[in-house]
Design a protein around this ligand. Structure first.
Ligand code: COA
Length: 177
């Protein structure tokens, strides 16, 4: 049976194993970043399990909407504690990942829906969404485009690929979440 629940500190080892399978060494967050995310905003950190097996996670923050994009707000390793505004109106989706063996079965999109449902019920002021993705993350991009996120800014060369080349970051936003 599929279960969605908020993360707690006992999930950290599974979260870090997933991080390794999802992102390259330049894009992976350190354990302390995930620990802080759980401690500061577990409502925005959803775990998906199937028959008690860990499948994937999505994490997020609430920000106060500002029209201009500041690329420093997306920096790897940034502290959620310094950036979160629980009274804000914009949901920043910081990471989503599904273990490789469970991909392409609709779980990623389901997890994404569950996060938004959870946040909207607990933080009704939140009515916008924002995220940054690597131009190469084509499956995540599909989920966001299908759900009416629009590409609004390109951060040229924001990401590093394994071979040392630079890849663009794409900021996507949705005005009515
Ligand atoms: C992005 C990610 C979470 C999607 O999870 P998922 O469970 O595979 O997603 P879904 O099954 O809901 O599929 C989403 C879309 O991608 C397509 N897709 C996913 N995996 C695919 C594959 N291996 N081959 C072809 N299409 C695939 C699905 O068909 C679906 O497209 P559709 O809406 O047109 O049908 C997962 O691929 C992942 O963890 N990737 C690595 C981490 C990552 O890139 N995170 C994004 C950070 S922003």
């Amino acid at each position: 049976m599929k279960v969605f629940r908020t993360a707690n500190l006992s999930d950290i080892e599974n979260i870090m194993k997933l991080e390794e399978k999802c992102f390259n060494k330049y894009t992976r967050e350190e354990k302390k970043v995930y620990i802080e995310r759980i401690e500061v905003f577990s409502d925005g950190f959803v775990i998906m399990e199937n028959d008690k097996k860990f499948i994937g996670t999505v994490s997020s923050e609430i920000w106060q909407y500002v029209p201009n994009i500041d690329k420093n707000t997306f920096t790897l390793g940034h502290s959620i504690r310094n950036q979160i505004k629980l009274e804000g109106d914009e949901l920043y989706i910081s990471s989503i990942g599904i273990l490789p063996e469970y991909r392409d079965q609709g779980f990623g999109e389901e997890l994404f829906f569950e996060l938004i449902k959870n946040i909207k019920s607990k933080y009704p002021r939140v009515n916008r969404g924002i995220l940054l993705l690597n131009e190469e993350w084509k499956y995540a991009r599909k989920i966001y485009l299908k759900n009416n996120f629009k590409e609004c800014t390109v951060l040229h060369g924001f990401f590093n690929a394994d071979d040392g080349t630079k890849k663009d970051g794409i900021v996507m936003r949705k005005d009515i979440l």
